[in-house]
Design a protein around this ligand. Structure first.
Ligand SMILES: [Zn+2]
Length: 247
């Protein structure tokens, strides 16, 4: 099991991380403050502080082999791993520092995309989160979409200052609460044991493993920037944060 600090406290920027394995691209940890790429959200960047005081850049974060660990990627492409790693062995504890400005931007965009799926209650076929911007693809058959109207609806949800909470639920608990499934915008996967549900006030509830802000107000000004047709029934809706302050 991964101790996903990025899920239990998405505002945590620094943590001690025991090394559980070496990898061709970096090091493996079970306890991680770095979010591993997944669900359309990029892996975190940052720095890894060794006991020697050396600071190694973490270029990105992915799941390790078998997804039971987190891989902190410490080299770019085919570059060699940093020399300082030679003094490190499994069992050592290092201190991880995430690139908070970038992560916080991802958290704001990610939460805004949940709200976009409220404004556009259609099946989501894809999505991507970037720094200060993101997109969702929707299965929508009919009619043009109005950018200005969508922006206004999205901004109203942001300004509603809705709290964002998480909850873990088992298949059995899910079965015992059929009303929960009815209110959910995305159906949780079955058979995985436990599912993490992310609730935004009384406006959205869906299974999600990503990182979110604590209140929608933290998203700040947001706009629907572009709506593209990607195939007959596929609309790609791009949003952008208009303010990059509040870090
Ligand atoms: Zn999410």
């Amino acid at each position: 099991m991964i101790d996903a600090l990025y899920q239990s406290d998405s505002y945590l920027r620094t943590a001690d991380l025991p090394l559980v394995g070496m990898h061709d691209d970096g090091v493996l940890v079970k306890r991680s403050v770095f979010y591993p790429q997944g669900g359309g959200q990029p892996g975190d960047q940052g720095k890894l502080e060794l006991a020697s005081g050396d600071m190694l850049p973490v270029h990105t974060t992915r799941y390790g082999p078998d997804r039971d660990s987190v891989l902190l990627v410490l080299r770019k492409g085919d570059d060699p791993l940093p020399e300082a790693l030679k003094e490190v062995s499994v069992g050592d504890t290092m201190t991880g520092h995430i690139d908070w400005a970038q992560r916080y931007s991802f958290m704001r965009v990610h939460t805004a995309l949940h709200l976009l799926s409220v404004v556009l209650p259609y099946p989501v076929t894809g999505g991507q989160i970037g720094d200060g911007e993101g997109r969702l693809d929707f299965d929508i058959a009919d009619g043009p979409l109005d950018k200005t109207a969508l922006t206004e609806q999205l901004q109203a949800l942001v300004e509603g200052d809705h709290p964002v909470d998480q909850d873990w639920i088992t298949d059995a608990e899910l079965d015992a609460q059929p009303d929960l499934v009815k209110t959910m915008s995305v159906k949780p996967p079955r058979g995985a044991g436990k599912v993490r549900l992310v609730r935004i006030g009384d406006v959205d509830l869906q299974p999600c493993g990503g990182t979110h802000v604590q209140s929608t107000a933290e998203i700040g000004a947001v706009e629907v920037r572009k709506i593209e047709n990607k195939g007959k029934q596929n609309r790609r809706v791009r949003i952008r944060l208009s303010s990059e302050d509040a870090v």
